[in-house]
Structure formats: structure tokens, C-alpha cells
Write a new protein. Structure first.
Length: 162
């Protein structure tokens, strides 16, 4: 049976990307703007806002792609004066955001992001393959997690004297 990839493994993959591409930070986000995993120098970076705004930007760009006859653009690049953002689509519902500082390294960032994206995409597919049969049986991972946490809370509640 294929084990789902814990968040720390995705963070490890992102850390590897940050190191291999000499980037500042990397995020894995959903299309609706939630952070799945993050790595790198996040000091002073509001990753929640960055994820939400990036997802909105990606959605707007998808509409631009349709206007010019494409289904979507799979890679976006935003160039600033000091920092740059490389955004790539991983699967249907996940994006990888890489923030880097030296624009001369764009080729390296794109190459390393493509490699990491393939590995992360495979990890996410494996996780989805494990979760799908459980969901089809009516098993909700979120509901189970909530149940388990409530059970643990009840186990450790102080007993009232009585």
C-alpha cells in the first residue's frame, strides 16, 4: 500500500528545491490559495497572503490564456527589481511558488522547479490514490481527525471528584 506523504516530506522536497535553485523560499499552495507546505527564508513574508494572492493571479491568468486560445499557462514569471516569482502548476489543483533574487538564475530556477514539480506531483498523486478509496467508502479524513482529537481531549480531561 502506498503511504501518503506527510506535510514534512513535502516541506523537505521544497527545502531541497530552495537549496538546489539558490532561491529565497518556496511554497506549495492549492488553487484556492491555501498553503500546503513552505520552506526557505520566510522571515517577513506573509505566506498566507502570498498564497491567496498568487492563486487569484493564477486564476486571472488562466482567463487571459483562454482569451488568446490557450487552455491555461502552466508557468508564470513575475519579475521585480530585487525579487522574482516563478509559479508553476502541479497537477490540477496545486501550484508551486518559488521566490528568488538573482534574475540571472532564472534558467536554474526553472530547471530545478521542473524537477521538483515532477517529484511533488507524484507524491500528491500517491496521497490522492490512498485517500480516494477511503472517501468512496464514506470515510472522511477530516471528520476522523476531529473525532480523534476530541477523543484525546476527553481522555485527558481532569476527572471531577464525585
Amino acid at each position: 500500500m502506498v503511504e501518503p506523504f506527510p506535510k514534512r516530506d513535502l516541506q523537505g522536497m521544497l527545502r531541497g528545491l530552495v537549496v538546489s535553485s539558490d532561491s529565497r523560499l518556496a511554497l506549495l499552495i492549492t488553487r484556492d490559495g491555501h498553503v500546503v507546505a513552505e520552506a526557505g527564508d520566510l522571515l517577513g513574508v506573509d505566506s498566507t497572503s502570498l498564497a491567496a494572492l498568487t492563486a487569484g493571479m493564477f486564476s486571472a491568468t488562466r482567463e487571459v490564456a483562454r482569451l488568446v486560445g490557450e487552455t491555461q499557462f502552466s508557468i508564470l514569471l513575475q519579475q521585480g527589481e530585487r525579487r522574482h516569482i516563478h509559479i508553476s502548476l502541479i497537477g490540477e489543483s496545486t501550484m508551486m511558488v518559488v521566490v528568488f533574487e538573482d534574475y540571472q538564475k532564472i534558467g536554474r530556477v526553472r530547471y530545478e522547479a521542473r524537477k521538483a514539480g515532477k517529484v511533488i506531483g507524484e507524491a500528491l498523486q500517491a496521497e490522492a490514490a490512498v485517500a480516494k478509496p477511503l472517501q468512496e467508502e464514506g470515510f472522511s479524513i477530516t471528520a476522523f481527525r476531529e473525532y480523534a482529537l476530541n477523543l484525546i481531549d476527553r481522555l485527558f480531561e481532569p476527572k471531577s471528584p464525585g
